[in-house]
Design a protein around this ligand. Structure first.
Ligand SMILES: Nc1ncnc2c1ncn2[C@@H]1O[C@H](COP(=O)(O)OP(=O)(O)OP(=O)(O)O)[C@@H](O)[C@H]1O
Ligand SMILES: [Mg+2]
Length: 259
């Protein structure tokens, strides 16, 4: 089945929060992610990136267009169980944790909600997959560092064996070395766990180090897309040139060595 479908296919997606006539937050956007691919979505604040992620994760309804994961339509109306094949990780993982619940307690809750998907791995092995020691299972969210919290968020997503992870600015709150470790983790998961990732960021430098393909958003529309190298070497849109110029130390679009 997965040979015949993109893992994620977004077609002509429109998202409008206000009444008809107000400009849409997302305006006729189409995005594909294939198996084990990490695809970037970049664009300035308010360009519609998170809105796309929320719809693709089945957390918000599309106003128009369609989203399918492995050929199956995704929407907030479908049972939670059927939406588990796409998971979302956010910039501030603590916002989605219950502050009074230990890491183990949070995993237990997910296991209860998704009995049939979560029996494949123990809590200890799950933490090991994301590079964490199992002593953290007893911690409360406020007892985790930013990098640890982000790894726990990724672990919680992985527990449900998603086909697609939507990572919305997962590293922008972290310092550069911790950020690099999380990016390494995401690369390893694509390779080893048959995961595909839609990686949302305003940071073209991070996207360059992680993504082979990128979509550049502005005012709700995709203004440019293609291989990251190509888009960065020969930006066709003035806005992309501006984003490139915002990368520190990037003079005249020469290659940066960000790893
Ligand atoms: N729930 C909502 N209700 C009303 N308007 C919203 C809602 N969520 C987002 N918007 C508006 O939609 C537009 C796109 O927002 P979105 O969060 O998708 O942008 P973004 O690219 O993720 O920005 P950032 O980089 O700041 O996270 C913005 O104008 C925003 O104010
Ligand atoms: Mg956002």
């Amino acid at each position: 089945m997965s040979e015949h479908h993109e893992v994620l296919a977004i077609r002509d997606l429109t998202v409008r929060y206000g009444r008809a006539g107000t400009p849409p937050a997302v305006d006729s956007v189409s995005i594909d992610v294939s198996r084990r691919e990490i695809v970037g979505v970049v664009g300035e604040s308010g360009s519609g990136k998170t809105s796309i992620g929320m719809v693709a994760a089945g957390l918000w309804p599309a106003t128009g267009g369609s989203v399918t994961i492995e050929g199956r339509p995704i929407s907030p109306r479908m049972p939670r169980r059927d939406r588990a094949l796409v998971q979302m990780a956010f910039q501030d993982p603590n916002a989605s944790f219950d502050p009074r619940q230990s890491v183990r307690g949070g995993l237990r809750e997910l296991r209860r909600l998704h009995k049939e998907r979560t029996g494949w791995i123990s809590d200890e092995d799950l933490l090991r997959r994301v590079g964490l020691d199992s002593v953290l299972l007893g911690r409360l969210p406020h007892q985790l560092s930013g990098g640890q919290a982000q790894r726990i968020a990724v672990a919680r997503a992985l527990l449900l064996r998603p086909k697609l992870l939507i990572a919305d600015e997962p590293t922008s709150a972290l310092d550069v070395s911790v950020q690099a470790q999380i990016l390494d983790l995401l690369r390893a998961l694509c390779r080893d766990e048959d995961l595909s990732i839609l990686f949302i960021s305003h940071d073209l430098a991070v996207v360059r180090s992680l993504c082979r393909r990128v979509y550049v958003m502005r005012h709700g529309q995709v203004v440019e897309s293609g291989s990251t190298d190509e888009v960065m070497a020969h930006p066709r849109h003035e806005y992309t040139v501006k984003l490139l110029a915002a990368i520190p130390g990037n003079f005249g679009n020469q290659k940066l060595d960000i790893e």
